[in-house]
Design a protein around this ligand. Structure first.
Ligand code: NAI
Ligand code: MG
Length: 353
């Protein structure tokens, strides 16, 4: 089949790691003629903003709509306020394309050093609610420059919104043989929105037999992620809780350089978007040493979403093989390889399969 992919490399290390992800996909296209993947690149980034005053053209979403998926680098640039780069590019895509599921696998691959003391296998997946919650843009500021200055930022939790992310998590658990769903809550203190969260999660959980539901307050859950990460299977969390939990999850399995994500539109009426969970990493941008694994793995999630799970598996196996051998590592993993060298080692491993 033919797959048309919109590529938004973004800022900082985004273009470097995205280039390596595209190269892996091009290699697969070479060996598998049934995988006719095509790329259209869009330079919608902070540079675009500085030149044109917008992160993307007015008809940007219209242009993206027709693609089968979006591969997104990362954005963020010291010359442009984060609220502009995030709210004019990522958020409009996630929200308008109804990518309400943010899937973030947290898996400890062999060959990765983790700050965890024990060697227990870590392999769970977080489904972060991606369309509402704390990132709602509802609110405002009052009494500027007065002693009583204040800001209110409302959290939007809807029953339908919680039910659909929870249902997605349960369907995933069922399809992949996972046995437990953990809900991140804080209904002891956030008594309106998180109570509704709890009720909606429980209502969906009741529809599924044989998959246990457990629920923890987010603060305790954060501690458990570090103390016993091997005990988690599927985690469902609100937008903010899921955001924080997944950077923590990334940290326990090797860092932001190796952790992928997919912004999924389950109904498939708009394209889904795949991106590493990290940002533009200004501290290492331009040095050619960013770890491309997170982005290559995100591309594998995209390939899976496009309906080619066996090819996605081949990419992840190649990543595991290179990490397992331990010869080619970027500095974040304790080595001195460049982004290109690690990308090239992964392509070599794909070829050898
Ligand atoms: P960040 O994820 O860019 O960097 C955090 C730390 O992780 C840095 O020390 C960085 O060097 C390291 N790191 C990240 N990715 C890496 C990789 N592939 N290889 C090796 N090391 C890596 O987060 P930070 O510094 O909070 O944000 C920087 C900018 O990125 C900000 O402008 C922020 O708004 C933006 N951002 C964008 C996101 C996106 O495009 N979806 C997500 C998160 C942040
Ligand atoms: Mg984040």
């Amino acid at each position: 089949a033919t797959y048309n992919i919109a590529v938004l490399p973004g800022d900082g290390i985004g273009p470097d790691v995205t280039k390596e992800a595209v190269r892996v996909l091009e290699l697969i296209r070479e060996v598998d003629p049934e995988f006719d993947i095509r790329f259209t690149e869009f330079n919608w980034n902070s540079e675009h903003y500085l030149e044109h005053g917008t992160m993307m053209p007015e008809d940007g979403l219209e242009q993206l709509k027709a693609f089968d998926a979006i591969l997104f680098g990362a954005i963020g640039d010291a010359r442009v306020a984060d609220e502009i780069s995030i709210w004019q590019l990522i958020m409009p895509i996630r929200k308008n394309f109804r990518q309400y599921v943010n899937m973030r696998p947290i898996k400890r691959l062999a060959g990765i050093e983790s700050p965890l003391k024990n060697e227990a296998p870590v392999d769970f997946i977080v489904f972060r609610e991606n369309a509402e919650g704390e990132y709602s843009n509802v609110g405002g500021r009052l009494y500027a420059e007065q002693p009583q200055e204040m800001a209110i930022q409302n959290t939007v939790i809807t029953r339908a919104g919680v039910e659909r992310i929870t249902r997605y998590a349960y369907e995933y658990a069922q399809a992949t043989g996972r046995k437990k769903v953990t809900s991140a809550t804080k209904s002891n203190a956030i008594i309106h929105s998180m109570k509704l969260w709890d009720e909606a999660v429980a209502a969906v959980a009741a529809e599924y037999d044989g998959i246990e539901l457990e629920s923890y307050f987010i603060d305790a859950l954060a501690a458990y992620f570090v103390e016993r990460p091997e005990s988690f299977d599927v985690v469902v969390a609100s937008n903010l809780f899921g955001d924080i939990l997944t950077d923590l999850g990334a940290a326990i399995v090797g860092g932001l350089g190796v952790t992928p994500s997919g912004n999924i539109n389950p109904e498939r009426d708009f394209p889904s978007m795949f991106e590493a969970i990290h940002g533009s990493a200004p501290d290492i941008a331009g040095k050619g040493i960013a770890n491309p694994i997170a982005q290559i793995w995100s591309a594998a999630l995209m390939v899976d979403h496009l309906g080619r799970p066996e090819l996605a598996k081949a990419i992840v196996s190649a990543i595991e093989q290179v990490l397992g051998e331990g010869k080619v590592r970027t500095p974040d993993l304790g080595g001195d390889a460049t982004t290109e060298q690690l990308g090239s080692a992964i392509r070599q491993a794909v070829k050898e399969q």
